[in-house]
Design a protein around this ligand. Sequence first.
Ligand code: ZLM
Ligand code: CA
Ligand code: ZN
Length: 410
Amino acid sequence: SNGITRPKGHKVSFHYNSQVEDMHFGKTHPMKPWRLTLTKHLVLAYGLQHTMETHLALPATSAQVQAFHDPDYVQFLSEVSPQTFKALCTQPRYQKFIPAKHDPPYDAVELGPFNLSTSPGADCPVFDGMSTYLFLYTGATLAATNQLLTSQSDIAISWSGGLHHAHKAEASGFCYINDIVLSILDLLHLFPRVLYIDIDVHHGDGVEEAFQRQPRVMTLSYHRYGPYDETGHRFFPGTGSLDDNGLKGTVGEHFALNVPIPSGIDDRQYKYLFESITSRAIDAYKPKAIVLQCGADSLGGDRLGQFNINIKQHGECVSFVKKQGLPLLILGGGGYTARNVARAWCHETALATDNGSNLPDKIPIDLIPRPQAFTGRAHGDGQLFPKFQRDHKNDCVDSELEMMVKRLEW
Ligand code: ZLM
Ligand code: CA
Ligand code: ZN
């Protein structure tokens, strides 16, 4: 009755557990799990739950997480909290994971084992309820993956997942368990070739590294990349240059693809890059399944991002990938201006269920706890959000982009 319809010819499932919303990384830490509350409320307000199956996610098991991660790291993550951190740090099995420059006692050190820390300024803090949070977002992604493996869904969505920086025995960049790597390892049991596409503004280094010797997974990341800034730093994580393409001398060489992008890229330029490179990758690689990490920090006005992309174009990336007609796992990731994250991921949920053009700008049902955050457009209108637009100089020159596409031709 409100124009929202079920998709014809394909099945979508949505995997989530609201318990992840209650977590806090720290008072001013940019990663806000409540952006997932906003996303959920927006999805429900538009009635999109009627267009797909909604599954309550259960926590992943330690055995599942050990398919990629070090058993000691998994054990630490399953027991850690602000209360247990210090005592855990003194256990013999974790000593080899403590950075050499840090000596006991642990109340004086900033960084514990596995790049974890109880100090509030850390990228990967230890916070209350952390274990629950980690195993739940991983459980949601693995349940979504299972839906594809059993052909019960054609598209499966896990917005709480997509944490692409985590390493085998190390947390990095707000990511602790690499749910993407675990998912792809599962997909490889059935699909001979899996394509991973990453539109988060940061390089998908953890996923690339895990499969750098592996021709059965192609990783393709679009991200901000540039020379050192005035403070002597590179945009995080600093990897993902054009000539970084799989481990040289192994069968994985040439099965990683990176698209380093200067700040300020706009919709038209991003569309050109994304569609020309992604279509060439798909034509050449012929994947049997696709995992799409939809980090919303590539949107204009993101607190950490430096791109000027609208929700409309971000969503067009999802539509472009969906159009390939392959089993598709849609994941979240970064996204630090919470209202825009919710708008984007709700819009993309609608695109997955063929309701992309059916969402009115005004929210039909007033279920939203903070309605003022949602006045205005709920999905992109082809213009920058003028209020949120950052002052980034557009460093992207079309001729450079064209050269990049040429260099990536094979
Ligand atoms: N310092 N608080 C993207 C992951 C980006 C590394 C520089 C920590 C922050 C940032 C943390 C409360 C994804 C780096 C940063 C400050 C070393 C990054 C805590 C603000 C705060 O206010 C903050 C006191 C914090 C962290 C900013 N960290 C901004 N950028 C990056 C990691 C993750 O989107 O790709 C996927 C989810 N880290 O630049 C430092 C080098 C730690
Ligand atoms: Ca990326
Ligand atoms: Zn990011």
